[in-house]
Ligand binder design. Structure first.
Ligand SMILES: C[S@@+](CC[C@H](N)C(=O)[O-])C[C@H]1O[C@@H](n2cnc3c(N)ncnc32)[C@H](O)[C@@H]1O
Length: 347
């Protein structure tokens, strides 16, 4: 089968891209290669692109997406992008959430511009849960409307990464657009994996990290945190028997005085190593991060789309490409929200 060609905007270190192409192994399971190939990838951060280029055959360009000359892009069938989410995030209260009024919140328009001009068969956009309520609930329908105006039938769903075998309670909105109605009718969001296939933090913690002094918080930091813990909900110790709370780009500056997830070994508190953070995000151990500093690694990892979750989404898209539709996927009858024009009249 000829592969579907993919252009990737805001590719970061490549979590989304890895999930799309597949062909990796994670916690003993093979995530087989998918019939997709990345033909174009762009991010403006030279550090995450360095990681990207250490791991993919296709090389990513360091570029601001606003500088892309659309006619210069190669031919592609699918556009993907986790457009920057800081301005939509619930945690972005200081400064307040500006949503689409913030310069970074406007970057999805670059995806829209490319879709309008090139009309690929599909697109997949990813963002934080906060996008659904940003700007008092006005930003999201506006964004969906822009995608529809570009010529697409658009669906969206909030997915929980731990439902797909990722040891993390990360919730992300996945927007999928279809140029053809037939593809839209065939598409279903991926089914949750069986309970026996779900993963917890204990599956990814590395014993050798329990002996790495650099990962432990000092006694002074622990005493300071314990003094305010009850009141401030700090020092969020994760259970080994559950998926971890969401890890973010903030992990580079993790502190006991923040709400970042931490971990306890006996009576001592420690942060995750960057490899553990990568495992929490479902990157395979074969994925190379070490050509950049630890801080840059944490940032790129925390920003990524979990490859395993994305792999399941890519698998679902394949059902549109294949002529026959497998029975098994048809039982996911959870509501797929097609944007409703009534909702759009708010604008
Ligand atoms: C949420 S992260 C994407 C993560 C990526 N999809 C992954 O799975 O690894 C958003 C990315 O957008 C990039 N970015 C932000 N503004 C940009 C711009 N103007 N042009 C290009 N990339 C930009 C950031 O460097 C960051 O890597």
């Amino acid at each position: 089968m000829e592969k579907i060609k993919v252009a990737s905007l805001f590719c970061g270190c490549g979590g989304m891209d890895l999930g799309v192409i597949g062909g990796f192994s994670y916690l003993g399971k093979e995530y087989v290669e998918n019939p997709f190939e990345i033909v174009y990838a762009v991010d403006n951060d030279e550090y995450c692109t360095k990681i990207y280029n250490d791991n993919f055959r296709h090389k990513c360009i360091v570029k601001d997406v606003r500088d892309i000359v659309v006619d210069d892009m190669p031919q592609f069938d699918m556009l993907i992008g986790g457009f920057p989410c800081q301005s939509f995030s619930i945690s972005a209260q200081n400064p307040p959430r500006l949503g689409y009024k913030d310069e970074r919140g406007m970057l999805f328009f670059e995806m829209v511009k490319i879709l309008r001009k090139r009309q690929p068969r599909f697109f997949v956009a990813e963002n934080v849960k906060g996008i659904l309520s940003a700007n008092k609930g006005k930003a999201f329908p506006m964004i969906i409307n822009e995608f529809m105006e570009a010529g697409y039938t658009v669906v969206h769903k909030l997915l929980l990464a731990s439902d797909y075998g990722v040891p993390q309670k990360r919730e992300r909105v996945i927007i999928v657009g279809f140029r053809n109605k037939e593809d839209f009718y065939k598409f279903h969001y991926p089914l949750k994996v069986k309970t026996s296939e779900r993963k917890v933090l204990g599956n990814v913690i590395m014993e050798e990290c329990n002996h790495d002094e650099s990962l432990f918080f000092s006694e002074k930091a622990v005493a300071g945190m314990l003094a305010v813990r009850e009141k401030m909900n700090k020092g969020r110790v994760m259970s080994l028997t559950e998926p971890c709370n969401t890890i973010s780009a903030h992990l580079a500056k993790v502190s006991l005085n923040s709400t970042d997830p931490v971990f306890m070994v006996g009576d001592r508190y420690r942060r995750f190593s960057s490899r553990e953070a990568a495992r929490i995000q479902s990157f395979p151990d074969s994925f190379i991060f070490d050509s950049v500093s630890q801080n840059r690694q944490y940032k790129a990892i925390g920003n990524a789309v979990p490859p395993v979750m994305m792999w399941h989404i890519a698998k679902s898209l394949q059902f549109c490409i294949k002529s026959s539709y497998p029975e098994t996927n048809a039982i996911d009858s959870k509501p797929v929200t097609v944007c409703n024009p009534v909702q759009l009249s708010l604008f």
